[in-house]
Write a protein that binds this ligand. Sequence first.
Ligand SMILES: [Zn+2]
Length: 325
Amino acid sequence: MPVYLPPISRRRFLKRSLAASALMLAGGCATPKSTADGEGWALLSDIHIAADANLIHGNVNMTRNLRLVTEEVVARPEPVSGVLISGDLAYKSGEVADYAAVLGLLRPMREHGLPIHLALGNHDQREHFWTTLPDDKSTLVNPPARQTAIVRTRHANWFVLDSLMVTGASPGILGGVQRAWLARALDQNTDKPALIVVHHNPALPGAMGSPLERSAQSMGILRPLDSLLGAAASLEDTTELLEILRPRRHVKAWFFGHTHRWGVTHDESGLCLVNFPPVAYLFDEGRPNGWVHAMLKPGGARLELRCLDHAHKDHGQVVNLVWRA
Ligand SMILES: [Zn+2]
């Protein structure tokens, strides 16, 4: 069963408010809201929600930021089919009270009819997450239990993975069991482009002048990727994961957060690498924080950066991803 928070219909919500016993959440996936052009998704990462709604970190009130993003997602003129949050849901150590706050803050989007899919990051705590969302637990058959999901959409399948290794420690790992599951799942789902979502960034040489850096420049986008892709605390089994992704040509992109740095590039196999901006605080001043509106289409995706600061120079930046052949 995929991990997700199903939409809550207003009618059902009202009913439930009146009769607490009639607690029933909508099951299954919401009907994709597609336009002729594609299917819209709201992509968020690193929301870092604390139980204390007033907490400020790095000059940012994380609760306020998520509320602002929620307002934008809900008010978006084009329809959005769903929401994906790529880890670091909790502030620092994944407390149960943090997840209760996350649930409360995500409620308006669910009441707007949006399903929400969640991945875990290194500031999450798996057991606490499952305690707070007992019905949404999704694990692999074999231990160690991880939080994974396949989300099928009209134009692509999202594969949401779990790279949480140790809560509070920066590096991440998928592990052999999860990688074996992924390889099988990818082979069983070749009908549509596969898009991978992992909290952690790939450990790839991305220094200035590297092939990755040049390819980013040739795409006409974004800033130097040295810190983005060469970070020490990245996905420890990057090489093993890429050995799974690269030869399976229906895998088109790896989406990640963790670095709190917006960026897009691709590797030598043509696999798109998309680094989400954080909804929460930044590590480097001047970079954008906010979210990404993705329009999935048959041959790629149109990404639009939505900065929390609408005056930011990158606000509204559009990157058109073209899937490799
Ligand atoms: Zn983070």
